[in-house]
Design a protein around this ligand. Structure first.
Ligand code: SAM
Length: 459
C-alpha cells in the first residue's frame, strides 16, 4: 500500500524510486496522492519524472507536477515551464506555472514576470505581481507595477493600491481607532440625519445598524419617486461612510416592499429595495461582506397566499414574505480585520468576546416586535446580535434612523455608546419618555438635543 510514510522514505533515497513508483501507477488518483504527499524536496531529488508528467492528459497531474517543480530549490527548468504555459489550456495549471516561476525569486526572471502582467487572466497578473513584489525597493519593478492602479480588474487594483498608494492616503487628525468624541456618546438628535451629520467629525463611529424608512410604505416616508428615495439613502450612507472608522461595519436592514394597486385595473408594484440600494453602497466605498436573512414566523406576516390557495393558477403565486435582509458592509480598506482587532487592548477583547449560543448561520429566526407608538421597531434580539458580533465594548454605535431607539437601548445594555438621529418629534419624544431617570445619573447620561444644541456642543 502506498502511504505518506513510504513516499517520505523513498523521496529521501535520492535515486529514482519515487519516479518508478509513479511510473507504475495507472490510476490518476494515486499519482496525485503521491505528488501531493511529496512535501519539501531534498536538494538531490531526481526530478526528471516531474517534467515528463507535464505532458500528462489530466490537468490535476500537470498541476501537481508544476507545484513540485516549483519546489526544486532554484533548479527549476523555466524554459520547459514556459513551453507548457504557451500551450496549456487549464487556468489552474497556467497560474501555478507563474507562481512557480515567482517563487524562484531570481532577478533574471523579472522580464518574464513583466510579460505575464499583460495576461488576460487577472489571477495570472496577481501571481506575477506577487512574484515581483519580493524585489523590494526595485525601481524597475515599481515602474511596471504602479501603472496597474488603473487595471480593469479590482483585485489587481487593490493589491497595487495597498502596496504603493495606501500609505500616502492615510487619514490625518483622526482619533485613535478605539476612541470617539464625548459629545457623540449617548446622544440623540432630533433632526434630519443629513443635517446632523454635518457636525460629526470624520471617522468617529465604530458601527452603524439601521433600518431605513420604507419607500412610501408608512406615513413618515414620503418621497417624490423611488429614484429620489434611493438617492436620499445614497446620501445618508455616503455621509455615514465619512464618519465611520476605517474598516468598520454598516448593517442595513431592508426588504422588498409592495405598494398596493391604485385600483382593480392596476397591479400592485413591488420594489426590491435591498438589491437596488446595493450598487449605491458599493459605489460609495462600502465593501459587501454578507447577507443575513431575518426569518419571521409565518403567522406574523401579511397573508398573500390566500388567493392562490383558492385558484391554484400558475403565475398567480404570491408567497407570504417571512424574510428581511440584513446587508453587511465594511468601509473598504486594504487593512485586514486583524488590524481593527489589534487596536483594542487585551482586556477589551476578552470582555467583548461573544458567549456560547451565537448564531452559526446567516438565517436568524427572530420574532418581530410590535410597539404602540412606533410601527416598525427592531426586536431587541436582532440588535443584540448585530452589536455583539460587529462591535467591541466601549465602541460608538450609530443609527441614523433612530425610531423608538432600540439600537441605543441595546447598545447601552451591552456597554457600548450610541448616537442616534431621528427626524420625527413624536418618536424623539417617545424615546425621551422611555429614558428612565435612573439611567441619567451616570457620566455618559443620554443627551436629547435639537439640531441647534447639537451644533453648539459639537464645536
Ligand atoms: C424603520 S424606522 C426605524 C425604527 C428603529 N429601528 C426602531 O427600532 O425603533 C425609520 C425611522 O427613520 C426616521 N426617519 C425618516 N427619515 C429620516 C431622516 N431624514 N432623518 C432622520 N430620521 C428619519 C423615521 O421617522 C422613522 O422613525
Amino acid at each position: 500500500m502506498i502511504t505518506k510514510e513510504l513516499i517520505t522514505e523513498l523521496k529521501h533515497k535520492g535515486n529514482s524510486d519515487i519516479a518508478d513508483l509513479v511510473k507504475n501507477q495507472h490510476d490518476v488518483g494515486t499519482i496525485n496522492f503521491i505528488l501531493e504527499s511529496l512535501g519539501q524536496l531534498p536538494i538531490n531529488f531526481e526530478s526528471k519524472f516531474l517534467y515528463d508528467l507535464l505532458g500528462h492528459q489530466h490537468a490535476q497531474v500537470r498541476l501537481n507536477a508544476v507545484k513540485n517543480i516549483g519546489k526544486l530549490n532554484g533548479n527549476t527548468n523555466i524554459l520547459i515551464l514556459l513551453e507548457l504555459y504557451k500551450k496549456e489550456k487549464d487556468t489552474s495549471v497556467r497560474r501555478e506555472i507563474i507562481s512557480s516561476i515567482g517563487r524562484q525569486r531570481k532577478a533574471e526572471n523579472k522580464p518574464l514576470l513583466f510579460n505575464f502582467l499583460e495576461d488576460e487572466d487577472p489571477k495570472i497578473v496577481c501571481q506575477a505581481i506577487r512574484g515581483l513584489l519580493v524585489f523590494d525597493k526595485d525601481n524597475d519593478v515599481e515602474e511596471h507595477l504602479k501603472p496597474l492602479i488603473n487595471h480593469p480588474n479590482e483585485m489587481v487594483r487593490t493589491v497595487i493600491y495597498k502596496e504603493y498608494f495606501a500609505k500616502e492616503n492615510q487619514s490625518v487628525g483622526v482619533l485613535p481607532h478605539t476612541e470617539t468624541y464625548d459629545f457623540l456618546k449617548n446622544t440623540i438628535v432630533n433632526a434630519d440625519v443629513l443635517k446632523a451629520l454635518k457636525f460629526v467629525p470624520d471617522e468617529s463611529v465604530h458601527l452603524t445598524f439601521t433600518s431605513p424608512p420604507y419607500y412610501n410604505a408608512r406615513d413618515y416616508s414620503i418621497y417624490p419617486s423611488y429614484q429620489a428615495y434611493l438617492e436620499f439613502l445614497e446620501e445618508v450612507f455616503k455621509a455615514t461612510h465619512r464618519i465611520t472608522k476605517e474598516g468598520r461595519f454598516l448593517i442595513v436592514n431592508t426588504s422588498p416592499i409592495i405598494i398596493p394597486r391604485v385600483s382593480r385595473s392596476h397591479s400592485s408594484k413591488r420594489y426590491g429595495i435591498p438589491f437596488d440600494l446595493h450598487p449605491y453602497l458599493v459605489k460609495n466605498g462600502w465593501e459587501f461582506i454578507d447577507d443575513i436573512i431575518w426569518l419571521k414566523p409565518e403567522a406574523s406576516v401579511k397573508n398573500r397566499i390566500g388567493g392562490f390557495m383558492q385558484h391554484r393558477k400558475p403565475l398567480g403565486y404570491k408567497p407570504n414574505c417571512v424574510t428581511e435582509y440584513l446587508m453587511v458592509y465594511r468601509k473598504a480598506t486594504e487593512k485586514l480585520l486583524d488590524w481593527n482587532i489589534r487596536n483594542y487592548d487585551f482586556q477589551t477583547v476578552e470582555n467583548s468576546k461573544v458567549a456560547d449560543g451565537y448564531e452559526n448561520t446567516n438565517v436568524w429566526k427572530i420574532d418581530p416586535c410590535f410597539d404602540k407608538v412606533h410601527s416598525a421597531i427592531f426586536p431587541v434580539e436582532l440588535c443584540k446580535r448585530v452589536i455583539q458580533y460587529y462591535s467591541y465594548k466601549g465602541d460608538l454605535v450609530f443609527d441614523p434612523f433612530g425610531g423608538s431607539g432600540t439600537v441605543g437601548k441595546t447598545a447601552k445594555a451591552l456597554d457600548r455608546f450610541f448616537f442616534l438621529t431621528e427626524q420625527e418629534l413624536k418618536y424623539f419624544e417617545y424615546m425621551q419618555s422611555k429614558s428612565k431617570p435612573q439611567e441619567l445619573f451616570n457620566e455618559q447620561q443620554t443627551k436629547f438635543l435639537t439640531l441647534e444644541q447639537f451644533k453648539e456642543i459639537s464645536k
